[in-house]
Structures are given as structure tokens and as C-alpha cells.
Ligand binder design. Structure first.
Ligand SMILES: *Cc1c(COP(=O)(O)O)cnc(C)c1O
Length: 459
């Protein structure tokens, strides 16, 4: 056998060709998938082969079979959930990450990754307006970013109460109160479950889903101040709304609480002078979670945990083993739950380097502009009501009664031009739109609105 790199040439060439073909279909392929799982399993061949298969054949078979079962999530007309596409620089950088195959837990093991992570972390703190000294951890997504920040929060507030969780665990610990807004993201509850903290206390929200500071104050005024965490939200998945940070943080801190902000997509409002005021006072919090695979448009998966108190994060996440070459200044592994991990900071660095400050601002502004175009276009249709104040990237519309709205939701999926799915918000069925893809153009928005008009005419 020759130099083994030749073993990679043909499969990588094939993968490159398949990727270009896939990206080439995005402008016009139906957004929903065209095959179901049973068909795909049958086409893949469910039996484990006895003998090896050449890598080229594996790649060709994979691409040929998967195609019909792929949802065009990177399409400019995917408006479901909060997804985000992939910037060209970020996708290409992510390929390098796979090829370089660096285990990125230790600084001294991979200086290239550590340098990129340091630079990306500094750029993120700058663009997101977060304290210069904060620790930044690159995790798999918003859920794990919430988990990571809340682990630091849990340990720190209990430590202040004289209870070192790392040694003693939670059994017999002082009561720890966790307060969340009524419309926090469900993953906050999930993170609290992982942390052994159980269900949080729920604070009332207003008509846009924003936590009500008066309700927070009333809840905190009950009982003595003990270990407490308050979770706020930047970017409600239905309305896009932002909690009133300045007021809520002032109240929480007066009671000695740690304040965490879930800003999976909304924290990016900080990157534009137009939307930063929506976040007023957010930088007074103690930790912030966000995603890079949403608004920043890096490929899956990348979430970001930012913690003001570096020592608190390191105390919660750090580990030591004799065989690891640790750096006294702290290692990437001290900021995340994992030991071994992918070089997630690299696509983030590439996305930010390709956008620059102005491009990042423009990206956020463009999402907001498209969301407003959607809201205006929908409002102009007969019997359609936009339920939320469109302050950011999210739009929720109703089409009369719940049954009619559901028919529109189903009609949109059957039509296939755009992906917008349903939800329930404020007691009503809604069609939800989330604008989060860099490649969404005015034309994509117009084509999608035309699809809604077409579907509406048929229900
Ligand atoms: C998407 C989202 C999350 C969860 O993020 P994942 O990356 O899916 O784990 C948490 N909070 C909010 C507000 C979100 O929009």
C-alpha cells in the first residue's frame, strides 16, 4: 500500500461531488423530505454486510439513498423551529475540522485549536457585548450551554451557602430555588433535570411571553434569601420577545441570586445596534447560553456557554487526571461537560471571520427585516392575524379558528415551497415562522408568502 493519504482521495472527491450536487438542489427542491424512514431503511439495506465495502461505494450509496429523505434545512425557505443554515466559510472550515481530527480538550495538545478558540471566544464576547473576562465553552447546542452555565450556577450558589456540591452531592443540601419565566424554553427544565434540581418555580409572563418583574419580585420576597438561580430569556421561540433584563436582574441580584440568560438565538440581537436595545441590561447577568448553529449559521453542532466567573465554571466542569498534560491557566475541557471533543470553535471563527463585524450586524438586521416582511404580508391576507409584536426574527400567525389554522399548516407542508410548522401559543393554534438562514432572500420570502396565499385560497 502507498502512503495512506491516497486512501482518502477517491472517497473525499466523491463526497465533494455529492455535496455540490446537494447544495445545487437547494434553490428548487421541495423543502420537506420525499421519502419515509421505512423506504430509506429498505434502500440502505438493513443487514450488516459480512465483508468490507470500499469507501467510495459507501459514500456513493449513502448519498444516493439519503437524498430523498433529506429535509432542505439549509434552504432559504426553511422557517421551522429555529434552525439556521451554514455559511460557506463555516461549512468548509468544518470539513477541515473533520480532516484535522484534533481532540480539542487540552491547550497544549493542539495549539492551533486553542489559538482559534481564544480568538473566537474574544470575538464572541465583543460582538455579544459580554464581560471581557468571562469564560467561554463550546458545547453541542443551546441545551448543553444552558446545562453548563446552570451547573456553574448551582455549584456556586450552594458553595456560598457553605455546601460544596462537588464533595457532598445534593442529598441534604440547603434548599435551592430556581425561578423561570412561564415561557422559558423547555430545555431549561431539561438542564435542571440533568442537574438534579427538579422542576423550577414558574414566574408569570406577559402577553408576549416576557417574564413579569413584579411577579419575580413577589416570588423572591417570600421566604429568606437562600441559594437561588433566576433564568431569563433572550428570544422567545414564539414571539421573539426579550425578558426585561435590567429590572429582573436588579431584583434577582438584590436577593443574592445567580442570573442566567438563555439566549439561544436572541443573544445575537446584541450584534446589531438596531436590536441591541431589546437586550437592555442583559450584560449584568452571571451567565449566558447561546447557539452558533442558529443565528450564526455554522453547521451542527455548536452551542456556546459564557460564564462571568471563570473560577465557578472551572470548579463545575474541570477535571484532572495524571496522564493529561494540563495547562495551569485552564484548558478547554474545564469549560464544558466533555473531555474529548470536536474543534467546535473553528467553524465559529470562520463564520465570524467571513462576516466581520458589519456582516454579522447585517445578518441579524436582515433576519429581522424578513420577519417584518412576513408579518406585513400575512396581515394583508384576509382573516390572518399576526399574534406577536414582531421585534426580532419570529412570527406567529392565526388564520381564523384553530381548525382553519391547522389546515393551513398541513397545506404548507403538502405544498412544499417553504417549511413553516404549527405550534400552540397563548391558547391558540398558530403557524410559526423563524427567519434564521443567511441565504434567505427577498425572493424566498415572496415565494413563501405566495405559497401561504395559495394554500389559504384552498382551505
Ligand atoms: C433552540 C433553543 C434551545 C435549545 O438549543 P439546542 O441547540 O436545540 O440544544 C434553548 N433555548 C432556546 C430559546 C432555543 O431557541
Amino acid at each position: 500500500m502507498d502512503w495512506p493519504s491516497q486512501e482518502y482521495d477517491a472517497p473525499l472527491d466523491r463526497a465533494h461531488a455529492h455535496v455540490r450536487a446537494w447544495l445545487g438542489t437547494l434553490a428548487d427542491r421541495p423543502v420537506p423530505p420525499q421519502a419515509d424512514i421505512d423506504e430509506l431503511v429498505a434502500a440502505l439495506g438493513p443487514e450488516l454486510p459480512e465483508a468490507p465495502t470500499p469507501a467510495v461505494e459507501v459514500v456513493d450509496h449513502l448519498a444516493a439513498v439519503a437524498d430523498a429523505g433529506l429535509t432542505a434545512m439549509p434552504s432559504g425557505r426553511f422557517f421551522g423551529f429555529v434552525i439556521g443554515g451554514t455559511l460557506p466559510a463555516a461549512l468548509a472550515a468544518d470539513w477541515l475540522v473533520s480532516a484535522w481530527d484534533q481532540n480539542s480538550g487540552l491547550r497544549r495538545l493542539t495549539p492551533a485549536h486553542s489559538a482559534l478558540e481564544d480568538v473566537a471566544a474574544a470575538w464572541l464576547r465583543d460582538l455579544l457585548g459580554l464581560p471581557a473576562g468571562s469564560a467561554v465553552g463550546f458545547v453541542t447546542g443551546g441545551t448543553m450551554a444552558n446545562f453548563t452555565c446552570l451547573a456553574a450556577a448551582r455549584d456556586e450558589v450552594l458553595r456560598r451557602a457553605g455546601w460544596p456540591v462537588a464533595e457532598r452531592g445534593l442529598t441534604g443540601a440547603p434548599r435551592l430555588r430556581v425561578l423561570v419565566g412561564a415561557e422559558r424554553h423547555d430545555t431549561v427544565d431539561l438542564a435542571l433535570r440533568y442537574l438534579g434540581l427538579g422542576a423550577p418555580e414558574v414566574v408569570a409572563a406577559d402577553d408576549q411571553g416576557r417574564l413579569r418583574p413584579d411577579a419575580l419580585a413577589a416570588a423572591l420576597d417570600v421566604g429568606p434569601d437562600g441559594p437561588t438561580i433566576v433564568c431569563l430569556q433572550a428570544g422567545n421561540v414564539h414571539s421573539g420577545a426579550f425578558d426585561p433584563f435590567a429590572e429582573a436582574i436588579e431584583i434577582a441580584h438584590r436577593h443574592g441570586a445567580w442570573v442566567h440568560v438563555d439566549g439561544a438565538f436572541g443573544l445575537w440581537a446584541a450584534a446589531s445596534p438596531t436590536t441591541r436595545p431589546l437586550l437592555g441590561g442583559y450584560d449584568g447577568a452571571d451567565s449566558w447560553a447561546t447557539d452558533a448553529h442558529k443565528t450564526l449559521n455554522v453547521p451542527y453542532d455548536c452551542g456556546i456557554a459564557v460564564v462571568r466567573d471563570r473560577a465557578a465554571l472551572r470548579a463545575a466542569m474541570g477535571m484532572h487526571a495524571a496522564y493529561l498534560i494540563a495547562d495551569d491557566a485552564g484548558d478547554p475541557l474545564d469549560t464544558v461537560p466533555e473531555l474529548s471533543r470536536r474543534a467546535r470553535a473553528v467553524p465559529v471563527w470562520a463564520a465570524l471571520r467571513s462576516l466581520g463585524r458589519s456582516g454579522t450586524t447585517e445578518l441579524v438586521d436582515r433576519f429581522c427585516r424578513h420577519a417584518r416582511t412576513f408579518a406585513d404580508g400575512l396581515t394583508a391576507m384576509d382573516g390572518v392575524q399576526v399574534l406577536n409584536d414582531v421585534v426580532f426574527t419570529q412570527v406567529c400567525a392565526t388564520f381564523g379558528d384553530d381548525a382553519r389554522t391547522r389546515r393551513v399548516v398541513e397545506g404548507m407542508l403538502a405544498d412544499g415551497t417553504a417549511w413553516m410548522t404549527g405550534s400552540r401559543w397563548r391558547g391558540r393554534d398558530v403557524l410559526r415562522i423563524s427567519v434564521s438562514n443567511w441565504s434567505t432572500s427577498e425572493d424566498d420570502v415572496e415565494r413563501s408568502l405566495a405559497a401561504v396565499r395559495r394554500v389559504l385560497a384552498g382551505v
